[in-house]
Design a protein around this ligand. Structure first.
Ligand SMILES: CC(C)(COP(=O)(O)OP(=O)(O)OC[C@H]1O[C@@H](n2cnc3c(N)ncnc32)[C@H](O)[C@@H]1O)[C@@H](O)C(=O)NCCC(=O)NCCS
Ligand SMILES: Nc1ncnc2c1ncn2[C@@H]1O[C@H](COP(=O)(O)OP(=O)(O)OP(=O)(O)O)[C@@H](O)[C@H]1O
Length: 203
C-alpha cells in the first residue's frame, strides 16, 4: 500500500484536499482527529496535560478547554513544546497502527493528513509527501474567517509552524490552493494519477 502524507500550514486547505481524496475512495488518517481522541477524559495524555497546565485548563464539564489551551500554547513557545512532547509520541503511534490496519485491508493507497508531518519527523514513514499551500494573504484571510480570529491571533498561529519555503524541501508534490476548488481538484487528479501509474509500472 502506498502511504501518502498530506501536509501544509494552518488553513492552507489540507482538510479540503483530504475530503477530495476521501471522495476518491482512499482511507484518511486525520492527525487532528487523533489529537482530539487522545485528549479525551481518562486518556494518558489528558492526565499529563492537567499535570503540566493545571486544572484551570478544564471546562465545567471536566474536559480540556481546547480554546483556552490553544490561546496558551500559541502565545508561549515553551508551553507549545510541552504540549507537543505530551501529544506527539501517542499521535504518531496511533497513526502507525491505523496504517497497518488499512494495509491488511488491501487498500492501494492511504492518506495521512497531518499539519505537522514534517516537524514531527513522520514524513520519514510515508512514501510521498504532498504539500498544500496558498499565498500568505489568502491563508491569513481564510484562517481569520474560518476560526473567527483576530489578525494578531492568526499571525501567531501561522508563525508557530515551519514556513512554506522550508517545508518545500521535503515535498514530492505541491498543490497551490490559492485559487478555486476546481483548480485544486485538477492539480490533485494529476498527482494521484501519476502516483498510481508509477506504482503500476513498478509492479
Ligand atoms: C492546541 C490545540 C488544543 C488546539 O485545538 P483546536 O481544536 O483549536 O485546533 P485543532 O486541533 O483543530 O488544530 C487546528 C490546526 O492548528 C495547528 N496546530 C495544532 N497543533 C499544533 C502544534 N502543536 N503546533 C503548530 N500548529 C499546530 C494545525 O495546523 C492544526 O491543523 C490542539 O491543536 C492540540 O492539542 N495540539 C497539539 C497536538 C498536535 O500537535 N496536533 C497536530 C497534529 S499533526
Ligand atoms: N480553494 C479554496 N477556495 C476557497 N476557500 C477555500 C479553499 N480551500 C479551502 N478553503 C476554505 O479555507 C479554510 C481552510 O481550509 P481547510 O480547513 O481545508 O484548511 P486546513 O489546512 O485543513 O486547516 P487546519 O490546518 O486548521 O486543519 C476553510 O474554511 C475552507 O473551506
Amino acid at each position: 500500500m502506498i502511504v501518502l502524507g498530506l501536509t501544509g500550514g494552518i488553513a492552507s486547505g489540507k482538510s479540503t484536499v483530504s475530503q477530495m481524496l476521501k471522495e476518491k475512495g482512499f482511507p484518511i488518517i486525520d492527525a487532528d482527529m487523533i489529537a482530539r481522541e487522545i485528549l479525551k477524559i481518562g486518556e494518558v495524555a489528558f492526565n499529563r496535560v492537567i499535570e503540566s497546565f493545571g486544572i484551570q485548563i478544564l471546562n465545567p464539564e471536566g474536559e480540556i478547554d481546547r480554546k483556552r489551551l490553544r490561546e496558551i500554547v500559541f502565545n508561549d513557545n515553551e508551553k507549545l513544546k510541552t504540549l507537543n512532547e505530551i501529544t506527539h509520541p501517542e499521535i504518531l503511534k496511533r497513526i502507525n497502527e491505523k496504517i497497518k490496519i488499512y494495509d491488511t485491508k488491501g487498500y492501494r493507497l492511504c492518506v495521512v493528513d497531518a499539519a505537522l508531518l514534517i516537524e514531527t519527523g513522520f514524513y520519514k514513514n510515508v512514501d510521498f509527501v504532498l504539500l498544500v499551500y496558498c499565498d500568505r494573504e489568502t491563508q491569513l484571510n481564510r484562517l481569520m474567517n474560518r476560526d473567527g480570529l483576530t489578525y494578531e491571533q492568526a499571525i501567531r498561529m501561522i508563525n508557530s509552524q515551519m514556513d512554506f519555503e522550508e517545508k518545500k524541501k521535503y515535498a514530492d508534490y505541491i498543490i497551490d490552493n490559492s485559487k478555486d476548488l476546481e483548480n485544486t481538484k485538477k492539480q490533485l487528479d494529476y498527482i494521484i494519477n501519476s502516483i498510481l501509474s508509477m506504482e503500476e509500472m513498478n509492479e
